[in-house]
Ligand binder design. Structure first.
Ligand code: ATP
Ligand code: MG
Length: 384
């Protein structure tokens, strides 16, 4: 019997005027995710259908679809040409495992004449005949048999709706620049904002030779994992060593972290604007580490002059963030013990409540513009 995969998407974005834009974007995103498989993706009103795939690929195809934002659920279904006989025949083969069940018919194709409730009663009777130990329970069935009669002349019979990620199709909210460190938080932050439809580019600050080649590779590996959910990522790797050396040489030791953060945000905004990003994303969190105080975040935030900064993890506990990281597959890579540029020249006592006038006074000791331009000019751009 032919198996197909039915893909359901959210009703939310189906209502507005932009319906086609959302549906087309989702279609393209699923197609991109399935490009490594030999299969067809077709559209019928309110559903996408994957068909003509190798049975061996089924599990991998399901896993791939489960990474696409905008997909609410999917089902593996038996596909038949719509006739009453075909539907009856397939229901005769059903062997239930549970003791109670119910049949739910969805008749999207109104050309099929028998109303849903009549068909449900008919098919329920047939299934009962072949499963004499079971009972129909329309309120709390242990198992359901779903029959969908679609407009494409096909009908689909299945038992299970597998929940997927939901959210909005990536690209429907524009593009944002993610500050991607090698830590646990920033990949999760990127994942969560992509869930709201943002396409992601990433920027990473690297302090070679204080930080190693492995630290750089770790970030590339993280971007590759995040890409499964976000689509292709352009990764900007910014050489940060000279800036950090200059701060270390010229500025108050305890302001090192604060100043570094402001450089990062300033550069991130410039690179974001050069690359058509309309927002910035960080993995910042309130009160997780010493630099993440309200004053610390205020001082960094001042450097983003034109773009909004999204901090989806601001209120999360580390455990909650780690759970998401495990679920999306970034955790194991994030905990690899390679140093981040923030640990270079780390002062013994970083200031936790930076004073803006002192921050700005320190910055007058640096040739910020030249340093920033030099860093951006020497960036390495990778297509992930
Ligand atoms: P993460 O787990 O994402 O590294 P964290 O808990 O270590 O976060 P911080 O080190 O304070 O927190 O960093 C806060 C945010 O600043 C990060 O989530 C990331 O968005 C950004 N950031 C920090 N270091 C870098 C870096 N080397 N390159 C790019 N962005 C960075
Ligand atoms: Mg970090």
């Amino acid at each position: 019997m032919k198996k197909s995969i039915l893909i359901r998407f959210g009703e939310i974005f189906l209502k507005g005027k932009n319906y086609l834009f959302f549906e087309n974007t989702l279609y393209k995103n699923i197609k991109w995710r399935l490009k490594e498989f030999d299969c067809e993706l077709t559209r019928t009103a309110g559903r996408f259908i994957v068909e003509n795939f190798e049975d061996d690929d089924l599990d991998d195809i399901i896993d791939a679809i489960k990474c696409v934002f905008g997909v609410v659920s999917l089902s593996v279904a038996y596909e038949i040409d719509t006739t009453l006989d075909n539907i009856v025949e397939i229901c005769k083969t059903i062997k239930l495992v549970e003791k109670t069940f119910k049949v739910e018919v969805k008749r999207a194709d109104k050309r099929f004449e028998m109303p849903s409730n009549k068909l449900e009663a008919l098919l329920g009777g047939i299934i009962l005949e072949n499963n004499p130990d079971t009972k129909v329970d329309v309120h709390t069935p242990k198992q359901e048999v779903y029959v969908e009669i679609r407009q494409n002349g096909k009908s689909y019979v299945y038992y299970e709706k597998i929940p997927c990620l939901g959210g909005m199709p990536v690209g429907t909210s524009g593009k944002a620049m993610l500050l991607l460190s090698g830590g646990i938080d920033s990949p999760v932050a990127g994942f969560l904002m992509a869930k709201r439809g943002l396409k992601i580019d990433a920027i990473h600050f690297h302090s070679y030779p204080y930080t190693s080649e492995q630290a750089r590779q770790k970030v590339i590996d993280l971007a590759k994992i995040v890409k499964k959910y976000t689509g292709n990522i352009t990764l900007h790797i910014i050489p940060f060593t000279h800036i950090q050396e200059e701060i270390h040489k010229n500025c108050d030791d305890e302001y090192m972290v604060t100043l570094v953060r402001r450089f990062m945000m300033d550069i991130a905004e410039r690179v974001a604007k050069e690359n058509d990003c309309s927002a910035i994303i960080t993995g910042e969190n309130l009160a997780q580490v010493a630099s993440q105080t309200v004053e610390g975040i205020t001082s960094t935030n001042k450097m983003a002059k034109d773009l909004p900064v999204f901090r989806p993890l601001i209120s999360f506990d580390k455990v909650e963030i780690s759970q998401i990281a495990e679920k999306i597959g970034t955790y194991e890579t994030s905990i690899l013990p390679y140093e981040d540029c923030c640990s270079v020249f780390l002062p013994k006592k970083p200031v936790t409540h930076p004073k803006l006038d002192r921050v700005e006074k320190n910055e007058t000791l640096l040739d910020r513009e030249t340093l920033i331009k030099e860093a951006i000019q020497n960036q390495e751009i990778l297509k992930i």
